[in-house]
Design a protein around this ligand. Structure first.
Ligand code: GTP
Ligand code: MG
Length: 257
């Protein structure tokens, strides 16, 4: 399915990579086939398996693919922030986060673009209409599900899938969030971006997605990432108590499309 012509807008799909050589060609092929008005930025952290070189080679064949190289593994959060800055500097209107491992189905892109017409942030949620996760071990599923529940209870943020990394932002939101101030990576980064959007009064929508576990390559999930997220939720919970009283939905916001 490709996007209907009248819906085409300039969108950038940011794909951070670390050792994703086996997944990269397929994810890029599928994303770039969705629409001609959509570009991809790969942010590679000097992957040991040559993902960065492969991305360069593919970029030579397709001008809609850009590659940002960083010196070494610096975490998912800062990779996205580098990507956001690139997106803003280059005038993209819609900016996506997407994993390279095909857990995030590129066929969902048109649904995100439809939903973003009436929101500042669209989140692909695994926990609307039941649990839509395929092939994850139960331990991993419980970690993710309870991380979301814990975040909701601690912060009051009305988001069902707080750790989801499949998202689409309107550029105005990223322009107004202080990106330099975000130091989290992994789950923590995903939580923090949503929390900042929510406390700043932006309109957030969740759409159901099916998340499929990677079939090739290795997970970068670690105990350090889980610890970082747990500490962060406490901090955000405390900050939320203060912010909740000040929270004002933005009024007068009109769909821009
Ligand atoms: N540039 C960059 N990308 C990273 C880094 N850590 C993870 N990634 C990428 O971020 C995406 C998400 O990482 P995953 O390892 O799939 O994390 P996850 O989805 O929580 O875990 P699994 O699905 O179990 O693998 C993938 O595309 C990774 O290659 C990093 O430090 N730098
Ligand atoms: Mg993954």
């Amino acid at each position: 399915m490709t996007l209907p012509k009248q819906q085409d807008k300039r969108a950038l799909i940011i794909i951070p990579t670390y050792n994703e050589r086996e997944n990269l060609p397929e994810v890029l092929r599928r994303v770039l086939a969705k629409s001609d008005d959509l570009d991809v930025l790969v942010v590679d952290d000097n992957s040991l398996d040559g993902t960065g070189d492969l991305a360069d080679e593919l970029a030579r064949q397709n001008p809609r693919l850009k590659v940002l190289h960083r010196a070494g593994k610096q975490g998912l959060g800062t990779a996205y922030i580098a990507g956001f800055k690139y997106a803003l500097e280059n005038g993209y209107k819609y900016i996506f986060e997407m994993d390279a491992d095909l857990s995030h189905d590129p066929d969902e892109i048109p649904r995100f673009l439809e939903a973003i017409k009436n929101a500042h942030l669209v989140i692909g949620s695994r926990y609307i209409n039941g649990v839509n996760v395929v092939n994850w071990p139960l331990s991993r599923l419980l970690l993710s599900y309870f991380a979301s529940l814990y975040t909701r209870l601690m912060t009051g943020m009305p988001v069902r899938d707080a750790t989801s990394g499949y998202k689409c932002y309107r550029c105005e939101l990223l322009e107004n969030i202080d990106l330099y101030n975000i130091q989290t990576s992994g789950y923590g980064f995903q939580l923090e971006m949503k929390w900042r959007a929510w406390t700043a009064g932006y309109i957030i929508k969740e759409i159901p997605i099916v998340f499929v576990d990677r079939t090739v390559g290795k997970s970068k999930m670690s105990k350090a990432i889980v610890r970082e997220a747990m500490v962060l939720v406490w901090k955000l919970g405390l900050k939320s108590i203060v912010k909740r009283f000040k929270l004002r939905r933005r009024s007068g916001w009109q769909p821009l499309d």
